[in-house]
Design a binder for this molecule. Structure first.
Ligand code: GDP
Ligand code: MN
Length: 380
């Protein structure tokens, strides 16, 4: 077919099709699309709507933030944690989220986490001075200790970065410039899960009830990681009796009035707490005293026993709160409310028989005992 003829056929066909289209529209009375409601509103409208409907409770917020210490490589694990926290709680509150790292966060990490968090995100780099050896530490001795613990197969025993991490969480995260404007924090680690709706704001609960520290899971510490921690605590207590109030929770962590440590601690991968308490003279004196003794490096003191002992000796017992309603998982333990009605009311999806509270290695039993709290039916 010559190209002139081809063009002629094409023009005729197009004219025919156009003609047929108009005829069929008018005869069949098909309304133009403009008279249908717009099936796809613009993305901007959608976002504005979402913000309006999701920010229900944001006007009731207290001055608080989520905080996560993470590496860039934790991105997918922290994404899961953010999703669960947003779905069960923060989508209705839009609290800020602070991310801290000993290196710079990369763009992928920032882009993804900002898209997942309903509140404002902030990214901070940890100053070198807070993630390195203080001058009084003998680094050779620290290395020997790591090698020895590695040989003994103690968990994280050979890791240098884990020790910096524990020391940072024990003594510095609350002093990071990005944290200074907040009053309360909620610590979130990678790969955690929440199993129940959190309908009331735990931050507000903390503030209105003068709570300073809270937990969902407690357990016994691995002794090999803290052989001299209690000696160090006792030294602090005898140097600073003015920091130890009557009515504290010493009975939770000691069976003999403070002579020895029973190794009970609150599991600090979950924490909702007061930053102002951690920044107080009492806590800073405590941390500095422990830090001088070197156990973060010569042993492998965890931030969990360090925070827990501080809460138990520096606070009044009533200032520590057990959040039964916050059902939580961090490998390998679960807290799932014992009471069925609570689980149904809060639309929980945890398996009750996985609840760690009353199992042998949990200290929550003891927490109930020393507080004269009634245990759920069937557990006394
Ligand atoms: P585990 O829960 O005791 O097994 O320890 P994790 O591996 O979960 O570490 C505790 C927290 O510190 C998590 O939020 C980690 O993302 C974070 N973390 C651990 N090591 C490092 C590190 O070297 N650098 C940074 N930036 N974060 C770390
Ligand atoms: Mn963890």
């Amino acid at each position: 077919m010559s190209s002139a003829r081809y063009t002629r056929y094409l023009v005729v066909a197009l004219v025919g099709l156009t003609f047929f289209y108009f005829i069929s529209r008018s005869s069949l009375q098909i309304p133009s699309t403009a008279s249908f409601p717009n099936p796809s509103p613009s993305y901007e409208d959608f976002k504005a709507q979402k913000l309006q409907s999701s920010g229900n409770n944001s006007s009731e917020r207290v001055n608080a933030t989520f905080v996560t210490l993470a590496r860039n490589s934790d991105i997918w694990e922290i994404a899961k944690s953010i999703r669960t926290v947003e779905d069960r709680f923060n989508r209705n509150y839009n609290y800020d989220w602070v991310f801290l790292n000993d290196a710079d966060f990369d763009d992928d990490f920032k882009k993804l986490t900002t898209s997942l968090v309903s509140g404002t995100t902030h990214y901070g780099r940890i100053p070198k001075a807070h993630w390195s050896y203080p001058e009084w530490i003998d680094e050779d001795k620290a290395k020997e200790a790591r090698d020895e613990m590695d040989r003994k197969k103690i968990i994280y025993g050979g890791s240098e970065s884990y020790r910096h991490m524990c020391r940072y969480e024990s003594g510095f995260f609350f002093r990071h410039p990005l944290m200074l404007n907040y009053e309360y924090y909620w610590r979130v680690e990678p790969s955690i899960e929440l199993f129940c709706d959190i309908g009331t704001d735990p931050f507000r609960f903390m503030k209105e009830n003068d709570k300073k520290y809270s937990f969902v899971i407690s357990l016994y510490e691995y002794y090999e990681t803290i052989p001299t921690l209690w000696d160090s605590v006792k030294k602090f207590m005898s140097n600073h009796p003015e920091h130890i109030p009557k009515g504290n929770a010493m009975d939770f962590i000691s069976e003999d009035g403070g002579e020895s440590y029973n190794k009970c601690h609150f599991w600090s991968n979950f924490e909702i707490g007061s930053l102002e308490w951690l920044r107080s003279k009492e806590y800073i004196d405590y941390f500095s005293s422990l830090d001088q003794d070197g156990g973060f490096f010569y042993e492998r003191w965890g931030d969990a026993p360090v925070h827990s002992i501080a809460a138990a000796i520096l606070l009044k017992k009533e200032q520590i709160h057990f959040f039964n309603e916050i059902a939580y998982y961090h490998v390998p333990f679960t807290h799932c409310p014992t009471d069925e009605q609570t689980r149904l009311d809060l639309r929980c999806h945890c398996q009750p028989d996985e609840n760690f509270d009353w199992k042998g290695y949990s200290c929550t039993n003891r927490w109930f005992k020393v507080n004269d709290m009634e245990k759920p039916y069937g557990w006394d």
